[in-house]
Write a protein that binds this ligand. Structure first.
Ligand code: CDP
Ligand code: MG
Length: 837
């Protein structure tokens, strides 16, 4: 407490000196772990609340003093007249004053507003104009999705008529931040990394946490951290503001959470000018053929309902493309519809008109942008359970409540939208469709809140979303299509009423809707948290259980994360004092080891970070960096399972696909890959590609994805830098695998895309297990039996020679069976004892 007193006194002194705290922080800077220390000791601080409140009062007074002596600033922005006009129509403009007053008075403000009300694009501009970026500080905005970080920075730059060097973005692989950056959009993971470098985030004057309703893990952690950083900054006389923005009104997890904010932050609601949306439920709920149902509904809307854009919500990239393809077939550009549903032969006149007047859609819109944790499309292409199929019942009549008739000759302008789509393709949805055409955007969940598409009058909602699930016991991850929440369904419906009254067609019954959960649960409750725990430990937050999570993960999950990190050598072993109860174990605060710090410096999951640390120790760093970079990029091989439009394009694609399958086999058959498996395939492919100068042509000729190769190159650079900047760890003893690898009872299979598919290695290590139609191991590498006693002596049982007839006895071999064509393993991941002399 004395310290606190001292600190507040100090900052007062510096206040008087008007020295922006450069002196006052001297003492703290000598001890960089002090701030997290404060976090750690928080639990103990309850009794000092009175004192704290006094301090808070002091801080508030200080802030007022500061505000009072600050001139009211207004930084002019030179916007184009049409931009200014469009801005003025946004509901948030009416609240500018209220928002800015609250921001001035409070450390933290929560802002709720319907999607499209202008939160993301306008609030940074308000802050900029109010001078929050004029005295050296940056206005930082975090987004859970890369798509949003990039597209919003472009949009705000355009609106403000400022170059991208001023309104910039930073995502894991790339960015355009400069010394002049004033507004910086970034993914939440990027900001978390920055907190590791500078706990006080001194370069920011304001941090905006956008899309907080999505409850992405990093967003949650950032809010927890910022709830401590912001008061600390203000105590130090380095004012900082936090704005939490949400598209739903459900913000109690932030505001009513006493562990986060002792005084609840004010909540400002932006009333969106929302037009009525009529919701139509299906009578029946299709079991799995919702893409077919969606297609039918779009056809009906387009044929029978008056003009207005259509927005369709599906669950994944493959579905999106499949529906786009069917729509383009059903409604090729032509002035008159001959008959519907199937591929039609255009009349000569129609063909001519098509070529003349209508733009062709670029079908090659697939892109391989890597996606941050939390993006719903990471698995794109793996589990394509696109279940279209039933014949179209074209005799159906549209819903009777629409009297107006549509003009059937209107062309349909079909655009896909999903996270992995290249930014320039995504941008298309924001421009008006070709004159006279009806816009139809077939999207994944990305269109639910992150991006607002203008001109949508009809929404078709399949009621499902694809989410990554982790099995806590087995550690198996899978992408599953599940029902959305009622909140999500209403968000989706709301997209139809932005510019005029609209209609939402739910491809499920009202009874099914009634069974939806009210809100989507926070991501942190659905995934392992080993990476987060490591990052927190690196911030010297030892008692992770005491961290002010908006929604705390279960202690079970925290314990297993700590255990994984202990077995990876990233955390110190807890003292083995008797039998500890689970809760006590959870409270064990294992400090980070030097190896853990080295691992935390790498922007990859702890297991990969361990590989890198091992690679450094073994002197093969460039290879390990390459392998890790390639493993992080989901798919390095070209996959022509993509839609084509015309017959000739289809034929071309089919040819390419066959060639790619062949190329894949060729890569798998190179050198070490045959014995060792997929990691060597990656290494070989990247090496060859780099040797050839990483050209587009080389990739095309060899079945590699050019974009993936560029990303790998970028990540290699990043990892190499991270390697250089972190201290080398010497003397640490590394092991190869981990103790807490989950126990798996079900058979697992080698993925057909693996180089080891149809081979029968005795031992393997895998990158991950993905459940699609079967439990598949991906990224499989063979392990030779004789490595195990060397690398994993703790798993081996060494017995006297006379007891063991053969020099090697591996009980595991006895369990390997052949099951029809597929390799069938019954594997106990706790390696069985190996007897040897
Ligand atoms: O964040 P919030 O959902 O509240 O709204 P926003 O993303 O700031 O969008 C405000 C408006 O800007 C919407 O009407 C969008 O349609 C429009 N906008 C646009 O026209 N082009 C973009 N690239 C981004 C937004
Ligand atoms: Mg937004």
């Amino acid at each position: 407490d004395d310290k606190d007193e001292e600190r507040s006194e100090k900052s007062e002194t510096s206040e008087e000196d008007d020295d922006e705290g450069s002196d006052s922080s001297e003492e703290e800077e000598e001890n960089p772990t002090e701030e997290p220390q404060l976090l750690r000791e928080e639990a103990k601080q309850k009794e000092t609340d009175v004192e704290e409140e006094k301090n808070d009062k002091d801080v508030k007074e200080e802030m007022h003093k500061k505000e009072d002596c600050k001139p009211a600033v207004f930084i002019p922005v030179d916007r184009l007249p049409e931009i200014q006009e469009a801005r003025l129509r946004l509901p948030i403009l009416a609240e500018e004053q209220v928002i800015m007053e609250a921001v001035r008075e409070k450390e933290c403000v929560v802002l709720c507003g319907e999607t499209g009300s202008g939160k993301t694009t306008q609030v940074p501009q308000f802050l900029y104009e109010a001078g929050y970026a004029s005295s050296g500080g940056i206005i930082g905005v975090t987004e859970p999705r890369r798509v949003a970080a990039i597209s919003m920075s472009h949009r705000v730059a355009t609106e403000m008529n400022l170059p991208s060097g001023v309104v910039s973005y930073q995502i894991r692989y790339e960015g355009n931040v400069t010394e002049n950056t004033k507004i910086k959009f970034m993914t939440d993971g990027v900001l978390l990394k920055e907190i590791q470098k500078d706990f006080l985030l001194q370069k920011y004057s304001v941090v905006i946490i956008d899309e907080a309703h999505e409850r992405s893990v990093y967003t949650d952690i950032l809010i927890g951290l910022l709830s401590r950083i912001v008061p600390l900054r203000n105590k130090k006389g380095l004012p900082m503001k936090l704005i939490i923005m949400s598209a739903t009104l459900r913000v109690e997890d932030f505001t009513e959470n006493k562990r986060l904010f002792r005084t609840p932050p004010p909540v400002i609601k932006v009333e969106a000018r929302q037009f009525a949306v009529t919701v139509h439920f299906n009578k029946r709920t299709p079991v799995d053929n919702y893409t077919g149902e969606a297609f039918r509904k779009i056809c009906k809307i387009h044929r029978m309902l008056p003009p207005g854009g259509i927005l369709v919500f599906l669950t994944g990239q493959a579905e999106v493309h499949s529906v786009c393809r069917r729509l383009r077939k059903a409604f090729p550009y032509r002035p008159h519809r001959e008959h519907t549903g199937t591929q039609t032969h255009l009349s000569k006149r129609a063909k001519k008109k098509k070529n003349m007047s209508l733009p062709r859609i670029n079908l090659d819109s697939y892109s391989a942008l890597p996606v941050d944790e939390g993006d719903e499309d990471r698995q794109a292409g793996i589990d394509d359970n696109d279940n279209e199929g039933s014949d179209l019942e074209l005799g159906d009549h549209p819903d009777s409540d629409h009297e107006e008739k549509a003009d059937p000759s209107i062309p349909l302008y079909v655009l896909p939208l999903y996270s992995l789509l290249a930014p320039e393709q995504q941008a298309k949805v924001f421009s008006p469709p070709p004159t006279g055409a009806r816009l139809c955007v077939v999207a994944t969940n990305v269109a639910e809140t992150s991006l607002t598409i203008p001109g949508i009058k009809y929404v078709v909602d399949c009621g499902r979303v694809k989410k990554r699930f982790y099995d806590r016991v087995t550690g198996v991850s899978s992408f599953k299509v599940t029902w959305i929440s009622q909140a999500s369904a209403n968000q989706r419906a709301g997209r139809a009423g932005r510019t005029e009254p609209g209609h939402c067609y739910r491809l499920y019954s009202s009874a099914v809707f009634g069974d939806f959960s009210l809100f989507s649960e926070a991501e942190i409750t659905r995934r392992p948290v080993d990476d987060l725990v490591l990052q927190m430990k690196d911030l010297n937050i030892e008692k992770v259980v005491n961290f002010p999570f908006p929604t705390p993960p279960s202690s079970e999950v925290l314990i297993s994360a700590e255990q994984l990190l202990i077995s990876l050598g990233a955390l110190e072993e807890p003292p083995r004092r008797g039998r500890l109860g689970e809760m006590e174990r959870a409270r064990l605060s294992c400090p980070i080891t030097p190896l853990g710090r080295a691992m935390a410096a790498f922007p990859v999951a702890p297991r990969y970070a361990k590989m890198l640390a091992l690679g450094r120790q073994q002197g093969c760093m460039p290879y390990i960096i390459t392998i890790v970079a390639a493993m992080t990029v989901r798919e390095i091989f070209e996959d022509y399972d993509r839609p084509a439009g015309s017959e000739e394009e289809n034929t071309k694609m089919a040819g390419k696909k066959a060639r790619c399958v062949q190329m894949r086999r060729l890569w798998a058959g190179q050198g070490q890959s045959v014995q060792l498996g997929d990691l060597m395939v990656l290494l070989g492919a990247v090496g060859a590609c780099e040797f050839a100068g990483c050209t587009h042509q080389f990739c095309e000729e060899n079945g590699l994805r050019y974009k993936a190769m560029l990303e790998i190159r970028r990540l290699r650079g990043q990892l190499t830098n991270a390697d250089g900047s972190s201290d080398s760890v010497s003397g640490a003893v590394f092991t190869f695998a981990s103790d807490s690898t989950p126990l798996l009872d079900d058979p697992v299979f080698i993925h057909p895309s693996s180089a080891l598919h149809k081979t029968l290695p005795e031992f393997v290590v895998y990158q991950e297990i993905m459940e699609t139609t079967k439990m598949y191991m991906r990224g499989v590498c063979a392990v030779q039996a004789e490595w195990i006693p060397k690398l994993l002596p703790q798993y081996c049982h060494f017995s006297a020679p006379e007891e063991s007839p053969a020099p090697w006895f591996c009980p595991l071999s006895g369990r390997v069976k052949c099951h029809q064509q597929s390799t069938f393993y019954r594997v106990s991941w706790k390696l069985p004892a190996i007897e040897m002399d």
